[in-house]
Design a protein around this ligand. Structure first.
Ligand SMILES: [Zn+2]
Length: 504
């Protein structure tokens, strides 16, 4: 076992927090038993032999006798606005599901965004999640919508990032036309809800939001650059966002080939893979995270790994929407940085990173394929995914790292019989064992209760939004016609690709 280390503990004066006599999983494979975990100024100040003199000066003490401190889980990709749309469209593939979501979701004002983002933060924090990237769908797109979501992340105490989901082009239309179907305006643009703006306005709106929010609360809040997806964005938008991220020191997120139709749309539109297009536009770099990457091609794997870009893997949504499985084991063995996301609450559908982590280990175990191990799943859900926020040291509990961790009860059902700790964390804990959650040194969940926001009030507002958005009466003929057209495109693409059977 490595020696306990001491660093960054102030020589005198009060110390913010000491978790006494606690087992600390610094990262998978590195467990320190029964140390004092000293937290000061938002950072891990030391992992010291217990009892440490720091206890005498601690402003706050938590008895760690039966607890495990582990890095907080990082939710690398979600969409908060789906919180009042849970369970939507069971069995639909992504394109008709997305049309249903946009059609039935309707409009969101700043207050709606506030409560949706707060609900995301609350569910994550209560289960030991400490960071989130909210790929924000705004209907309509506005400065107030950015601010509604960011106020929620500020108030909740989570390490929160918002990336705008912006579209100014739709390559699906060109492919569909080539296949004899008109889908203009139905997949990505949602013209009634999100009137198209000039691309320069999208860039300016995002730059202004970065100026208001990025780095606020001592660096806890992030405002990322972003676009909706490779096939839904112009060169100007993608390249402009990548430059904006570099110029302002933030990161960037977008969707990348979640479905076969998206991958084929990129080939049709640009004559290359989506990943090759991103590389040419200067988007494939360590600041960028790509959600999904289910239909990347063999040559893309090395491009992604060599670039340092992060893949945000969303196993629940990929299975729920029948999109397929990303080549995660191959990406890992190529050295790619992969995070894990829940995806939105209408496709994930919970906001529980434990379940996403378990699925990431579970669905990549075909008998003849490389597989994903428990330690790899934890690394993805913590240190690897944290790269999408670009915070040095985030995702492991080394001295000097941000003090973002969960304290899990080792005698709760998930861990009481744990023969192998990391494997048990993946296979048998799912959040109920989390007693306290600490973000940037603040105890934001104590004894299973949120300390900064009121869960009942949040759920009241989510229920109200759910009822307000609920469809009364039969399904809209417009939506039915849209779904029929999208299904027709999927069928015709399958026929062109020589696939004889496509499930509806
Ligand atoms: Zn998504």
């Amino acid at each position: 076992m490595p020696e306990p280390t001491v660093a960054l503990i102030p020589a005198e004066g009060p110390i913010d927090l000491v978790v006494t006599g606690v087992d600390v999983l610094v990262r998978p494979g590195d467990l320190r038993r029964g140390v004092d975990l000293v937290v000061h100024a938002g950072r891990i100040a030391g992992l010291t032999e217990a009892p440490s003199p720091a206890r005498e000066r601690a402003t706050d003490l938590i008895d760690g006798a039966r607890l495990l401190a582990m890095p907080g889980l990082v939710n690398a990709h979600t969409h908060s606005a789906e919180n009042p749309m849970r369970g939507l469209g069971d069995g639909l593939p992504l394109e008709p599901w997305l049309a249903t979501l946009m059609h039935e979701g309707g409009l969101y004002d700043a207050e709606d965004h506030y409560w949706c983002s707060l609900a995301t933060a609350a569910e994550l924090l209560l289960s030991g999640g400490t960071a989130v990237i909210d790929h924000l769908v705004m209907t309509p797109i506005s400065a107030a919508s950015f601010d509604g979501a960011m106020r929620a992340y500020r108030d909740s105490g989570i390490r929160g990032g918002v990336s705008p989901l912006l579209s100014d082009h739709d390559a699906t239309v060109g492919l569909a036309a080539d296949l004899g179907v008109d889908v203009s305006g139905v997949v990505a643009m949602m013209p009634e809800q999100a009137p198209a703006m000039p691309t320069a306005d999208y860039l300016q709106l995002t730059e202004d939001a970065i100026g208001r929010w990025h780095g606020a609360e001592g660096g806890r809040l992030h405002l990322l650059a972003g676009a909706s997806g490779v096939q839904w964005a112009s060169d100007e938008l993608l390249g402009g966002m990548a430059q904006l991220a570099e110029r302002t020191g933030t990161t960037m997120q977008l969707h990348c080939v979640e479905t076969r139709l998206q991958a084929a749309s990129c080939h049709h539109g640009w004559g290359k893979t989506a990943v090759e297009r991103l590389a040419e536009l200067g988007v494939l770099n360590p600041r960028t995270s790509l959600a999904h990457c289910v239909w990347i091609e063999d040559g893309d794997i090395g491009l992604i790994a060599d670039s340092g870009a992060v893949v945000a893997h969303n196993p629940a949504a990929n299975q729920r929407l029948r999109s397929g499985r990303a080549p995660i084991a191959a990406l890992l063995s190529a050295g790619a940085r992969i995070g894990i996301g829940t995806d939105g609450a209408a496709s994930g559908d919970d906001q529980n990173s434990w379940i996403a982590m378990r699925l990431a280990a579970l669905i990549h175990r075909d008998p003849d394929e490389p597989w994903v191990g428990a330690n790899e799943a934890i690394a993805m859900a913590t240190e690897l995914g944290a790269h999408a926020l670009g915070v040095p040291g985030l995702g492991a509990l080394d001295p000097g790292a941000p003090a973002d961790f969960a304290l899990v009860d080792r005698r709760a059902p998930g861990l009481a019989g744990a023969r192998e700790l990391e494997a048990a964390l993946v296979w048998s804990e799912s959040g109920p064992g989390v007693r306290h959650t600490v973000v940037a040194g603040d105890v934001v969940v104590r004894d299973g209760q949120l300390t900064r926001v009121d869960l009942d009030e949040i759920q009241h507002h989510i229920t109200e939004q759910c009822e307000r958005r609920a469809r009364t009466g039969p399904q809209s003929p417009v939506l039915e016609a849209t779904i029929a057209r999208l299904q027709e495109v999927r069928q015709r693409l399958a026929a062109r690709q020589g696939r004889t059977h496509v499930a509806p």
